[in-house]
Write a protein that binds this ligand. Structure first.
Ligand code: ADE
Length: 242
């Protein structure tokens, strides 16, 4: 998968060279290219922002450098990427969207700063490529860079060959619309706290049932919104008793 990231702080994306995502880059699974938006400015101060039309606080990113960045990375008429713009005004980023993005051959991320990017950039991009304005949650970050780190990590670990054990994908939180059950490792007793005995029993059926119950209880307590969104056939009769 090819990944282009456009930012006025390219150094912010340095963590993409580390750990799991870094290994995907080193092995060629991810073709990562980070660009400085200011390379597409032409004035002495390499200006990327200006005051908002209509007034108000803060600055808005001017459209021209973004237009040139898009035209350079994905010339009109050629193959087109999917353009992802993190913004608190976007639609929620979810595991389903991560899976959808992981199926794309090419993603371009546009990192906004200040009060955001002139809306015509998204409109223009949308005339020739798929555009997603995506929010990580109901809080405001200083810019899109940290959101890109999050989104790329969630996407990269779904790419074939990135996880050592792809089975961890099927077991984890959100894969069945539920939060993950609690996990334990050795020692069996630690500071007078025991691992739940069923996990030491060797009864695979009972262990699976216990994990399912814990996942249901946790989800009901912490994320009742997720439970109410589960398709009816996701819950069996045992589940309903938990
Ligand atoms: N940029 C600033 N805040 C953001 C958020 N909550 N999600 C995505 N991008 C953002």
């Amino acid at each position: 998968m090819r990944l282009d990231v456009v930012s006025i702080f390219p150094d912010y994306l340095a963590p993409l060279r580390l750990s799991l995502v870094g290994k995907a880059v080193d092995s060629g699974i991810l073709d990562l290219r980070v660009h400085d938006l200011r390379d597409w400015t032409h004035d002495r101060h390499r200006t990327v922002d200006d005051t908002p039309y209509g007034g108000g606080a803060g600055m808005v990113m001017r459209p021209e450098p973004w237009g040139e960045a898009l035209d350079t990375l994905a010339p009109p008429g050629g193959a087109q990427p999917r353009f992802v713009v993190p913004t608190p005004a976007g639609r929620p980023f979810t595991q389903d969207l991560a899976a959808e993005l992981a199926a794309e051959p090419w993603l371009v991320f546009g990192c906004g700063r200040y009060e955001g990017i002139d809306q015509r950039v998204v409109e223009y991009a949308g005339s020739r490529m798929r555009v997603d304005e995506v929010s990580l949650g109901d809080y405001v970050l200083a810019g899109g860079e940290v959101a890109v780190l999050v989104i790329v990590e969630a996407v990269a670990r779904l790419l074939p060959g990135v996880l050592g054990n792809p089975e961890s994908l099927t077991e984890e939180s959100h894969s069945a619309g539920l939060l993950e059950y609690p996990v334990y490792t050795k020692p069996a007793t630690w500071r007078e706290r025991e691992v739940p005995p069923v996990l030491l029993s060797g009864h695979h059926g009972q262990i699976a049932r216990w994990r399912r119950d814990e996942a249901l209880r946790r989800t009901a307590r912490r994320r009742p919104d997720l439970l109410s969104r589960l398709p009816a056939d996701e819950l069996d009769a045992r589940d309903r008793r938990v």
